[in-house]
Design a protein around this ligand. Sequence first.
Ligand code: HH2
Length: 297
Amino acid sequence: MANDGALKDHPTAVGCAVDEFVIPCPKGRLKLGAKTLVMGVLNVTPDSFSDGGQHFAAEAAVRHGLEMVEAGADIIDVGGESTRPGAETVPETDEIRRVVPVIEALMAKATPFISIDTYKPAVAAAALDAGARMVNDVNGLRDAKMMALVARRGVPAVIMHMQGTPRDMQKNPTYADVVGDILAFLRAQIAAAVRAGVAAERLIVDPGIGFGKTVAHNLESLRRLDEFRSLGRPVMIGTSRKSFIGQVLGVPVEQRLMGTAATVAWAVAKGAKIVRVHDVGEAVQVVRMCDAIKAEA
Ligand code: HH2
C-alpha cells in the first residue's frame, strides 16, 4: 500500500496509552497516534513567504518533494497559491496548472501521501483526481462546494481557522478570547461538515498560526494548544518559519530553524498529531525525540 510513512508504527508506540486516531481515506488510512506525523511543505508558487520561487518549476518542485519523502515526511502538502499576508489570489486554472503535474509526477515516482493545500473546490478536485488523498483548507471548509466535495470524495480534510482573508488578515486581528473564539469556529465547522455528509472521523483541526493573529495571539494559541484536543479530533499545527518567530527572536526568515524547532517540540508535547514544516529532516528528529519522551511518560 502507498503511504508507507504515515502508516508505519513508531517503535516507541509499543505498549503505551496515547490518544489515537485512525482516519479512513481512499486507498488506506492515516494513523495519528504515538508517532507524530511530519507534513512537508511543497509550495509551487513564485511568492510564498519563505521559499517563494524555489520550487516554482515543476521539475524543481518534484525534486524537492522527493527529497522531503527521503528525509522522512509522512505527508507532502502541495500548494499553488501563497496565503502569506497581502498575497494576491491566483486564478484556479493557473493553480491547477501549477499543482497537478507535480502531484502526478510525485505519484509516478514515489506514491507519497499527498494533501492539497487549497481553499478552491475546483483545485482540490483536480488534485484529488491526480492522486492527492487529503484536502488542507485554510478557509476551514467555509465554502459549501468544498464541503460537498470532501463529503463526496470521502477524503480527510484539515479545517484551519483564519480571521479575515490573506489580503487583510493582519490589519487588526481582534478576539474576545483567541482560543475560545477559534474553538467555537472549529466546533461549528465540524458540525456543519457532519451535516453536509462528511464523516467526523475524517476531520483534522488546525488553529491557523499566523492567519489573522498577532504575535500574542499566536503565542497564546500555542500555549493553550492542548485545549483544541477537546474537539475530539487530531490537531495539526503550522508554525514553520512564520513571522511571529522572527518577531520573538529578531531573526529573518532564513534564520528561523531553531525557533521553528522549539515550536514543533512544544506542539508535540501539547498533543499535536501533525506538524507542517519546511525543514523536514530537522523536524523528523525533533518529533521522534518528543515522541520517545512522551512514550516513556
Ligand atoms: N500555513 C500556511 C499554508 N497552509 N495550512 C495549514 N493547515 N496550517 C498552516 O499553518 C498553514 C497552511 C502558510 O505557510 P506557507 O505555505 O509556507 O506559505 P505561503 O502561504 O506563503 O505559501
